[in-house]
Design a protein around this ligand. Sequence first.
Ligand SMILES: [Zn+2]
Length: 110
Amino acid sequence: MGQPLLDKIKELTPKPVTTIINTHTHFDHVSGNVEFPPTVDVVAHEDTKAGMEKMSPVTALNQSPTPNIFTANKGRGMAKRTFKDRMTIGSGSDQVDLYYFGRGHTSGDA
Ligand SMILES: [Zn+2]
């Protein structure tokens, strides 16, 4: 879903995407990363990054194992910065505070 997101974003602003925050590791939330420019800063909880490195199938969906999309794309889209308990990115009106409150949907929910 990366390209459809980029297409929609282009309708809203001429500014480039500079940051992606992955809220958890499931394929429908992270796989589109590989379609964004390689310069994009990808931020995630440390467990989400670990999950992206494994990209295990989602058990509840009876998914078959597939090749790791990040390995197949030479690391493109992989989380570049991680946090454990809290991270603040940006400042002023662009400030975003990320929190980890413990295991929820996955072990790395932000
Ligand atoms: Zn999910």
